[in-house]
Design a protein around this ligand. Structure first.
Ligand code: AMP
Ligand code: DBH
Length: 539
């Protein structure tokens, strides 16, 4: 089994007693609907019923088992917003193979970093992704990782494609999921460190967060959910996300991206009732509705979730008026804790807070810089532990030392205010990260890459406020010799990182400002970047 930090026994006992942990594999989400003929997923005009989803997952699991894939192994998966994402996910859970689901925007650098950490036996990817259009990247991965035995490509021809395996005749297949208190899959951390960290999620903890989310989001068998954010992301997967919808027996409609062009026709065509967005997408939706002069395309939508990054109250309050639906704020993290505003909350709470935790057993307090508790109403660091909040990043003892306290509370790096009624407001961040409209960029990762450029002496990446994205990134560079922004951007591209991690602007300095203890003074850099921005400097 995959090694990870377990919850202490006393906690595990309590979570079982309270029926948070049911000791069921997450495949139960599908197998409980094995006879259900209703549509589970709609994707590119294709309607997949619960029966079909369940059968395809079992057939794929059986086909993989015949090729020697077995319990205890890991898989690297990169698929887009298609039904196959879920088929693969459940097939691997049936087998007891633990996947990392990379985002479709991830490139060679991210995939290699994940592969190095989990040493996958199996790779499942999309031939339509730039990296997999040719064999070179796969060959380099196979040379690098002797564990990697099986490669399956989606949208590929031939006998060994994902499509053909899903259609293979089923022989005898007995599911071998990992035990429910072991790791089911790895979730991705937005991170603040040089290499992206992995979050072990167990069947017990993840399944609980999904089941408990449904009533808070009004999800029933009648709910029709738009999945327009990256399917692998924790939010559209579990808050309540596609898995919440599957649990309830509702319908998930896949969109390739959250643009109005992609989403509005789907909403009216399929009578979508629930959608999940990040704030920049919400701004674009509001503009599109204004332009159209009415929100008739969204008539069926009753609830719109917004989360992943700070939502301005001024934007929030426009939703009921201009889009004609209710807002639910969602403040969550792939590490665990998820907060929702409640459907029967007053407008004050819905517009100005990021909700309160799912569970009575989510323990949340706010710490000052020394780790001492602060009273309600004052801003400080969010500390949390609970029945679905992890106890440590995968294989990262040193980093875990820094982000967990001695009692197992995780410090997310978010600066929050906790009100006496338990509602949280996110007012800032202490982690070294840029939240680019919900897409997280770890400053250190980009700084390390920039420092490898021969002309770069020092590099620091900070956030700059942006009216649409909330934040964009600005790289401050101290260079040995003159170097152009285009050259640095091209250089970063050549490192093959996801596009959203490329700095939005570059600024050049003779030296970086330092704090009294000699660390780079990012607070000052942020102020400088914001000032440069408002002065309207060229990008
Ligand atoms: P990740 O590590 O990628 O799972 O991202 C989780 C982080 O996203 C949180 O720790 C917050 O910093 C941020 N986040 C998520 N939802 C919200 C929200 N509603 N408001 C502000 N920040 C959010
Ligand atoms: O940003 C996130 O990671 C996030 C936002 C909303 C999340 O993980 C979630 C809900 O579950």
């Amino acid at each position: 089994m995959i090694a990870f930090n377990h919850w202490p026994d006393s906690f595990a006992r309590r979570y079982r007693e309270r029926r948070y942990w049911l000791d069921l594999p997450m495949t139960d989400i599908l197998t409980r609907h094995a006879e259900n003929a209703n549509t589970a997923v709609i994707c590119n005009d294709k309607h997949v019923s619960y029966q079909q989803l369940n059968d395809s997952a079992l057939r794929l699991a059986a086909a993989l088992a015949r090729r020697g894939v077995r319990q205890g192994q890991t898989a690297l998966v990169q698929l887009g917003n298609e039904a196959e994402f879920y088929i693969v996910f459940f097939a691997l859970l049936h087998l007891g193979v633990t996947p990392v689901n990379a985002l479709f925007s991830h490139q060679r650098r991210e995939l290699t970093a994940y592969a190095d950490q989990v040493a996958p036996a199996l790779l499942i990817a999309d031939k339509r992704h730039r990296l997999f259009a040719e064999e070179t990247f796969i060959e380099s991965l196979m040379n690098r990782l002797l564990t990697l035995q099986t490669v399956l490509l989606h949208h590929a021809d031939g006998k060994e494609s994902l499509g053909s395996l899903m259609e293979e005749e089923v022989g005898e297949f007995i599911p071998t999921p990992t035990p429910a208190n072991e790791v089911a899959f790895f979730q991705l951390s937005g991170g603040s460190t040089g290499t992206p960290k992995l979050i072990p999620r167990t069947h017990n903890d993840y399944y609980y967060s999904i089941r408990a989310s449904n009533p808070l989001c009004g999800v029933t068998e009648q709910t029709r959910y738009l999945c327009a954010l990256s399917a692998a992301h924790n939010y559209p997967m579990s808050s309540p996300g596609a898995l919440g919808l599957f649990y309830a027996g509702g319908c998930v409609i896949m969109a390739p991206d959250p643009s109005p062009d992609s989403c509005f026709p789907l909403i009216s065509r399929y009578n979508i009732t629930l959608a999940a967005l990040v704030p920049p997408a919400l701004s674009v939706w509001l503009e599109a509705v204004k332009l159209a002069g009415n929100a008739s395309a969204l008539a069926s939508l009753t609830l719109l979730q917004v989360g992943g990054a700070r939502l301005e109250a001024s934007l929030a309050s426009r939703i009921p008026v201009e889009l004609g639906c209710q807002l639910q704020q969602v403040f969550g993290m792939a590490e665990g804790l998820v907060n929702y505003t409640r459907l029967d909350d007053d407008e004050q709470h819905i517009f100005t807070t990021q909700g309160r935790p799912i569970s009575e057993d989510d323990e949340v307090w706010v710490a000052d810089a020394e780790g001492n508790p602060l009273p309600h109403g004052s801003a400080g660091l969010l500390m949390t532990r609970g029945p679905y909040t992890f106890r440590g990043y995968y294989n990262s003892p040193q980093h875990n030392q820094m982000v967990f306290d001695k009692d197992g509370f995780y410090c997310s790096g978010d600066v929050v205010i906790q009100h006496a009624d338990g509602y949280l407001q996110v007012v800032g961040r202490e982690k070294d990260q840029i939240n680019r409209g919900g897409e997280k960029v770890a400053a250190e990762e980009i700084e390390h890459l920039l420092l490898r450029h021969p002309s770069v002496l020092h590099a620091a990446l900070v956030a700059v406020p942006d009216p649409l994205m909330g934040e964009k990134s600005c790289a401050f560079i101290v260079s040995r010799e003159a170097v152009k922004s285009v050259a640095l951007r091209r250089y970063l591209r050549e490192q093959d990182i996801a596009d959203y991690k490329l700095p939005d602007r570059f600024e050049y300095l003779a030296s970086l400002p330092l704090t009294p203890v000699g660390k780079i003074n990012k607070q000052q850099l942020r102020a400088m970047a914001a000032a440069a921005q408002t002065q309207g400097d060229a990008l």
